[in-house]
Ligand binder design. Structure first.
Ligand code: NGS
Length: 289
């Protein structure tokens, strides 16, 4: 993609920075504070991870210099986040990935969880933080079971979580794209990211699938015996009752509702801090205007 796309994302980036951005030491969401999450023994196991949840192999394996960011939307799933981090760091290291883990938390409890907004803000923030080649949009409750499921990007979006235990390791429907998806920055920009309008459980991924169809982007998937995941049990969060009507207008909204208006419309970053096992970005989502 040309320069115009980059220019666009730069102006979006300015929009999402809150004028009152707090210092990096301020921790807003107490519940994901590292000390509360881990005891010393666990931390020792992962002491090779660099501050902010970064790691890279010493060697330049086969000339692979791809840098990947794992973007994890988060609110109030402390036990899941703990298990996620304890599992994902060793998994990504076994795959010799050059990576960073970013937890993007939604501040406050008054609004439903707006996963698309958190993905868009996470995308902009990680690229501001470093020159990532590949962004992996990852639910906190999914753990890959097979090391052959390589966390990398390709010439087309890669849907990695194709066989989840909850669905007896089958894909419940062909257009499902939720769970774990890997995209390059230019693929994500082409799609204008996720819609900012889906808050509450369900539908934001189906809307993303429609964006991929609109742009005729094929979806790459691993074999079912490789793309296996364990999902942590949880109650389904409050659903998005508007999702079916929103999905009727997906094509009409795609170019104007997403990455290019996330800052203007709905959300600001209130803090970004380096924890031992992840970089923590906290987002304030406004009431819908
Ligand atoms: C569909 C949802 C998707 C969701 C999928 C699997 O019904 O957003 O279930 O959900 N679509 C709609 O509601 C329109 S899961 O059980 O993995 O949480 O991703």
């Amino acid at each position: 993609l040309g320069d115009s796309q980059d220019d666009q994302s730069l102006s979006v980036e300015d929009d999402i920075m809150d004028a009152n951005l707090s210092s990096s030491n301020e921790t807003i969401e107490q519940e994901v504070e590292e000390s509360a999450l881990f005891g010393d023994a666990w931390m020792d196991m992962l002491d090779n991870v660099k501050l902010g949840g970064r790691w890279a192999p010493d060697e330049n394996v086969g000339g692979n210099t791809e840098k990947i960011a794992i973007v994890v939307p988060y609110r109030g799933r402390r036990a899941h986040l703990k298990m996620f981090l304890l599992y994902m760091h060793p998994f990504l290291q076994r795959q010799r990935r050059n990576y960073g883990i970013y937890v993007v938390g939604q501040r406050g409890q008054e609004l439903k969880f707006c996963k698309g907004i958190l993905f868009n803000i996470g995308f902009i923030s990680v690229l501001k933080d470093d020159s990532y080649d590949c962004i992996i949009f990852h639910d906190v409750d999914l753990i890959p079971e097979d090391d052959r499921n390589v966390y990398t990007c390709g010439s087309t979006p890669r849907h990695l979580s194709v066989a989840v235990d909850k669905f007896n390791y089958t894909l419940p429907y062909e257009s499902l794209i939720g769970g774990v998806v890997a995209m390059t920055p230019s693929q994500y920009r082409l799609l204008n990211g996720y819609s900012n309008l889906f808050c509450g459980w369900g539908g934001e991924d189906d809307d993303m699938h429609k964006r991929m169809e609109k742009h005729k982007l094929q979806i790459w998937r691993p074999e079912k015996d490789v793309g296996r995941y364990t999902m942590f049990h949880h109650k389904t969060p409050p659903e998005n009752t508007e999702r079916f009507s929103l999905l009727k207008t997906s094509d009409l909204r795609a170019n104007k509702d997403g990455l290019n208006n996330v800052g203007k419309v709905r959300a600001k970053i209130t803090s970004m801090s380096r924890q031992r096992l992840f970089t923590h970005i906290v987002v304030n989502v406004d009431k819908r205007r």
